[in-house]
Each structure stands twice: as C-alpha cells, then as structure tokens.
Design a protein around this ligand. Structure first.
Ligand code: NDP
Length: 323
C-alpha cells in the first residue's frame, strides 16, 4: 500500500512516498481503508520531533482519518466491516490502510462526506475539552479564539456559539475573518494590528475576555495574559510560533486568573470524559448544527506540499490528504 513514511526528524522534505505492506489488525484492533485523513499542525510537530510525545522513526504520521472498516481483529464487537467511520489517535493515517484500536473508532452520521468526517475528531474534541471540561465556560462569557480560521479555530467558534459564548476571533487576513463571521463570531480582529489589546478591551467594554484559547505562544503570550478579565482562564493549547513564552505567575493573583493546559491525547484514554464529549458532539453533528470546515485537499503524494501550505498559514479549516 502507499504510505507517507518519515525516517528522520525534519520539515516537509523528510516526507517520503513509500510502498509498505498492508497492515493486519491484531486483537482488539480494526483495519480501515482510508478515504481521507486530516492534516493537523501537530503532525508537523510530530514529524519534526517537536511534539509532546517522542517520535520514533521510521514512522507513518497522521492521527485522524475517515474510511471503511475492512477487517476486525479478535475480540472486536459492535463494529461491522463495510461501515464508514472516523478514527482518532496515534499515527499511521497518511496511508491507504491504517490499523487502530477499536476504541479509537467513532461512528459518524452517514450524511457527512469522508473529508468532513476526517476533519472532525481532533479539532472538535479538542475544542470541547478546552471550552467545557477545562475552562468550564458559561453562557454569556467572552472567549477569544486565536488562529480562528484554522482547523481548531473554526471548530472552536462553532462549539463556543453552541455553548452560548460571545466570540472574538483573531486571524491574519480579512478573508479568514470573513469565514469566522460566517461561522458566527461576534467580533473579528486582525492579529497583525498594533492595538490588539485595546481593540479587545473596547470590544468587551473594558471587561476583558473570560476565556482565551492560546495557540500561538511566544512573544504574544504576555499580551494574551493582559487581555484576561477578572477570573479569566487562559488555555494553553498550542505554540504555533514554536517560540518560548514567559510569564510571572504572581501576576495572576490580583485578578484571580488561571492558566490551564489542554492536551487532547490523555482524554482519549479516559472513557467517562470521552463518553461525555461524544454525547455532547454527536447530536450536534447529526443535526447539522456543527459542520467541519474542509479546507484545501491534497493527494497523499502531495503531502510535502500540504505541510508547506499549513506552515505558510494559507489554510482555512482542515487540510485533507486523500490516498
Ligand atoms: P491551524 O489550521 O489552525 O493552522 C495553524 C494556524 O496558526 C495558522 O493558519 C495561523 O493562523 C496560526 N499561526 C500563528 N503563528 C503561526 C506560525 N508561526 N506558523 C504557522 N501558523 C501560525 O492548525 P490546527 O488547527 O491543526 O492547530 C492550531 C493550534 O492548536 C496549533 O498550535 C496546534 O498545535 C494546537 N492544537 C492543540 C491540540 C491539543 O490537544 N492541545 C489539538 C489540536 C490543535 P493565522 O494566520 O490566522 O494567524
């Protein structure tokens, strides 16, 4: 089968189109024929050896995809060969076939396209765990979403609006901000403007934001802290700038503020948290109230181009790779 393999840490140049044996499912596993895989910023960090888990080379990246169940390993119950599903977690999705644990499989409404289904798991589960589980955001609160036209950002706008939050969306172009408005963002601001802090304060009538989804890190982190309202929560979700950030924890005391880490991976092995997330998210996708934004689509052979596209900040929604 065709697969994108990586032998050593690096950028798009280390992605190699290879022919690998088709995997077979072990006990408790499922073999899926991949129709579409989501490309996440985390895949870029994983290939570069900069992710939160250590990358063991050689590896086939790709942590979410949609496809048809081809075969079930020993002891797998409740899944049918031929069914179309999405899958979340681990690696190996940038290939024609992938094997995942049965518990990583998500049933999805049949009206979703393969690309929409592949765009769903990482971004929507992360948005849910960030806003509901970690921030405990309440209706009427202000949330600021960085990189709001991206994969996680578009998912976060939709989840935030479902939760009754007021959304400030930040992105780097007018075209991106227009997408954020179509998804329901209440206020949209260019992240390139000089007076961003003032603009956020004005938009919230001096209140500041109750929740801030920080995905860029680096030098802007200090400014994010200054945007927080009294009892505001800053969610550390990513560091797309790949730069270190600094903070003075004592500064949090005056406003009873919190800085909270968010990482999807540990939630995946917490059945109670996952069930709560599924119970919240699946009715919303089934009824069409939330709908993944599918961005540019690339063939598997074009994986390096797809990586460069995301790195150049051109994408809106989720970039998709198709075998
Ligand atoms: P996106 O589709 O959002 O693409 C990344 C976006 O980040 C860009 O479009 C750009 O938006 C913004 N950005 C800001 N600075 C840079 C930079 N120096 N280089 C590249 N992009 C930059 O990607 P994802 O939705 O996959 O991920 C978004 C962030 O969320 C990442 O930091 C990722 O690691 C994190 N994440 C964390 C998860 C977790 O479990 N903690 C799970 C999922 C994502 P703009 O041009 O508008 O500024």
């Amino acid at each position: 089968m065709k697969a994108i393999q990586v032998q050593r840490a690096g950028g798009p140049e280390v992605l190699e189109l290879t022919d690998l044996p088709k995997p077979s499912p072990g006990p408790g596993q499922v073999l899926i024929r991949v129709e579409a895989a989501g490309l996440n910023f985390a895949d870029i960090l994983y290939v570069a050896g900069e992710y939160l888990v250590r990358t063991r080379y050689p590896t086939v990246p790709g942590m979410e995809f949609a496809g048809f169940i081809e075969a079930l390993g020993e002891g797998v119950e409740g899944l049918q060969p031929g069914a179309r599903v999405a899958a979340l977690g681990g690696s190996g999705a940038f290939a024609e076939y992938a094997v995942v644990p049965a518990r990583s499989v998500l049933p999805l409404p049949p009206q979703m396209s393969a690309a929409e289904a592949a765009a769903f798991p990482v971004s929507y589960f992360t948005a849910y765990f960030a806003l509901r589980t970690q921030a405990r955001a309440q209706p009427g609160e202000w949330v600021l979403i960085q990189a709001a036209a991206g994969a996680l950002g578009t998912a976060s706008i939709q989840i935030a609006k479902q939760m009754g939050l007021r959304v400030i969306a930040l992105a780097s172009s007018e075209e991106k901000l227009a997408l954020c408005r179509r998804l329901g963002a209440d206020v949209t601001l260019l992240n390139t403007q000089d007076s961003l802090l003032e603009a956020v304060r004005n938009a919230t009538e001096g209140h500041g934001v109750d929740v801030l989804m920080e995905v860029v890190g680096g030098a802007g982190f200090a400014q994010s802290l200054r945007m927080l309202a009294y009892r505001g929560r800053l969610l550390v979700i990513g560091s797309a700038s790949r730069e270190m950030a600094q903070m003075h924890p004592v500064g949090l005391m005056k406003g009873n503020q919190s800085v909270i880490g968010v990482w999807l991976t540990p939630f995946l092995s917490d059945p109670a948290e996952m069930q709560a997330a599924v119970d919240f998210l699946l009715p919303l996708v089934a009824s069409g109230q939330i709908r993944p934004v599918v961005g540019e689509r690339f063939k598997l052979e074009e994986a390096a181009e797809a990586f460069r596209f995301v790195l150049s900040r051109k994408n809106t929604g989720k970039v998709i790779l198709e075998p």
